[in-house]
Design a binder for this molecule. Structure first.
Ligand SMILES: [Zn+2]
Length: 183
């Protein structure tokens, strides 16, 4: 994962657990409950692998798709669908997590019965901030061929076109070079 992906808001990084969304068969990274547990841990949403069952995995994917569709709407400057807003808001309202200072920075604490559920609530809250305009930046859809990932453009001139310079940006640069070469 490139540095530019790391600085993306958590909720948009979460939407990238499904890729190639424009393809007939999008690529799903959250196939089994442990996939979600590992993603949450890697994203800093927990100190140890949280418990995830099939039901929570299904709910997580539903939340993720609601966030993705709402982000697409925001990128297109139209209001997100009511059902997507309701789902995101319901999850955001369940947030019982908080952050504490640890030795090197800030760490999440999940005092509730299900740390994974609390982590999803954190992701929903992050979506409210990111898509609700609280966070500075412009929500955009990646210009990479077949990518359609959403990202937050925080460049000064709002000139960013790709979800990641390491993948889509690089590919576009190579394609442009090849076109020049073939002429
Ligand atoms: Zn992309």
């Amino acid at each position: 994962m490139g540095a530019d992906t790391e600085t993306q808001p958590l909720c948009l990084r979460f939407t990238k657990t499904a890729t190639a969304r424009a393809a007939a068969r999008p690529k799903e990274s959250l196939l089994r409950p442990p996939d979600l547990a590992q993603w949450l841990l890697a994203a800093g949403l927990g100190e140890q692998l949280p418990g995830v069952d099939e039901e929570l995995l299904r709910e997580a994917r539903e939340l993720r798709e609601a966030i993705y569709r709402a982000a697409r709407a925001v990128a297109d400057a139209v209001p997100p669908a009511g059902a997507d807003r309701d789902r995101i808001n319901a999850w955001a309202g369940r947030n019982d997590a908080f952050r504490v200072l640890d030795g090197t920075g800030a760490a999440w604490r999940f005092p509730g019965a299900s740390p994974a559920r609390s982590a999803l609530a954190v992701l929903a809250g992050d979506a409210v901030e990111t898509l609700g305009g609280v966070r500075p930046g412009t929500v955009k859809v990646c210009a990479g061929t077949g990518c359609v990932a959403v990202f937050l453009d925080t460049t000064r001139g709002r000139s960013r076109r790709w979800c990641s310079m390491g993948t889509c940006g690089n590919r576009a640069k190579k394609d442009a070079m090849r076109v020049r070469h073939e002429r």
